[in-house]
Design a protein around this ligand. Sequence first.
Ligand SMILES: CC(C)(COP(=O)(O)OP(=O)(O)OC[C@H]1O[C@@H](n2cnc3c(N)ncnc32)[C@H](O)[C@@H]1OP(=O)(O)O)[C@@H](O)C(=O)NCCC(=O)NCCS
Length: 156
Amino acid sequence: MTDPDIHIHELGIDSADDVIDSVAALLRELDGEAEDAGALDRERVLAAWRSRAATVFALAARGPDDSVIGVATVVESFAIYANGHYGVINELVVAPAWRSKGVGRALLQAIYTLGGRRKWSRIDVTAPSSGSERARKFYERDGFTFAGPKLKKYLS
Ligand SMILES: CC(C)(COP(=O)(O)OP(=O)(O)OC[C@H]1O[C@@H](n2cnc3c(N)ncnc32)[C@H](O)[C@@H]1OP(=O)(O)O)[C@@H](O)C(=O)NCCC(=O)NCCS
């Protein structure tokens, strides 16, 4: 049961600093992704977000005092196997003091609502390599099924 004082809403590019700060904190916490955190380039992120504003979505959870206690970024993608447009959760983080209180689940619910509005056929997410068992359990509890590992290659 989520605290009724917790509110989820969409954030526009004007709130990008809040989103970037929350995600940077997450990356610092997840050891395995530390190399990505080290490479964070705020100006580059902002420029990319601005150029794709129609298909980049950020959601924030705010606590009783209106501070940001959780954040999610989701992008709209396309694939034939997905019958067209689908959503990809790229970041989802809840402040440590607020975990296990239903905030993550409330963010997922807001993402499903967004997906319904955008007519996405499905939502994909990659669990982080560190702490992945708990994160995987969190998603599986909400109906996500395992879809294989993810690979990456950096472009210089
Ligand atoms: C995974 C995460 C978003 C879940 O948010 P949340 O608000 O704690 O989620 P809920 O309260 O709705 O559900 C809690 C469940 O999530 C799971 N969970 C996963 N990681 C967890 C963590 N680090 N702390 C607490 N619960 C976690 C547990 O199964 C937990 O169930 P429990 O409370 O019965 O133990 C949050 O724990 C988090 O920010 N973790 C670090 C970042 C991360 O791994 N993000 C996901 C990858 S994109």
